[in-house]
Design a binder for this molecule. Structure first.
Ligand SMILES: C[S@@+](CC[C@H](N)C(=O)[O-])C[C@H]1O[C@@H](n2cnc3c(N)ncnc32)[C@H](O)[C@@H]1O
Length: 184
């Protein structure tokens, strides 16, 4: 196993999942340009589903969302919320290990929001993400400026390019460094 990194504890992630956050991170505005009805989407480091639930609405009844996280408490809270909000049948969950996201069906869109800095081996992680993406698929990588310097974000982007990603766009997302990536 690779060196472990600090992972946002499940009890603290309640702070990531409150209505005030919508003022800064409106999920529909951030994700709407990239997700279509019927898409297959993966939310990596989904936490309690702040983005997974809007993703389930965007993909509609014919789409599917896989929410992946390391912490079972996150995933069980996510499932409860999805049931309450009537989108549980569009979301499957997968418990990852720090070293592997596990085998996933190819996706049209993958989101990793404020989580990559917690991953111990970014090269292995990005390689796995690229393998999970359909040839025309897109990967939205968003990192928090509070934890990740511009220099470190550029380093992550360099690694992404080395494993085979191309930078397609640099969307503006508040308090964040962000990149929309695709395969070659
Ligand atoms: C800061 S939270 C962000 C949650 C969510 N993306 C959001 O923006 O509300 C980071 C999440 O990534 C998860 N995580 C960290 N490393 C991971 C890994 N290697 N594989 C899957 N999930 C991971 C943590 O358990 C935590 O739920």
């Amino acid at each position: 196993m690779t060196e472990s990194k600090h992972v946002c504890p499940w009890w603290l992630c309640f702070t990531f999942d409150n209505p005030l956050r919508r003022l800064i991170h409106n999920p529909e505005a951030i994700l709407g340009p990239y997700v279509r009805p019927g898409d297959r989407v993966i939310d990596v480091g989904a936490g309690m589903g702040y983005f997974s639930i809007p993703l389930a609405r965007l993909v509609g009844g014919t789409g599917q969302v896989t929410a992946v996280d390391l912490q079972p408490q996150m995933l069980s809270a996510l499932v409860k919320r999805a049931r309450r909000l009537g989108v549980a049948e569009r979301i499957t969950t997968h418990l990852a290990t720090p070293d592997s996201l596990g085998r996933q069906a190819p996706a049209d869109f993958i989101l990793a929001f404020w989580m990559v800095h917690e991953v111990p081996d970014q090269r292995a992680f990005l390689t796995e993400i690229l393998q999970m993406l359909k040839p025309a698929g897109r990967f939205l990588l968003v990192e928090p400026k509070i934890h990740v310097s511009g220099k470190n974000f550029l380093r992550t982007l360099e690694t992404a390019k080395e494993v085979g990603f191309l930078l397609r766009e640099s969307p503006k997302i508040r308090w964040s460094h962000s990149a929309l990536l695709g395969g070659n």
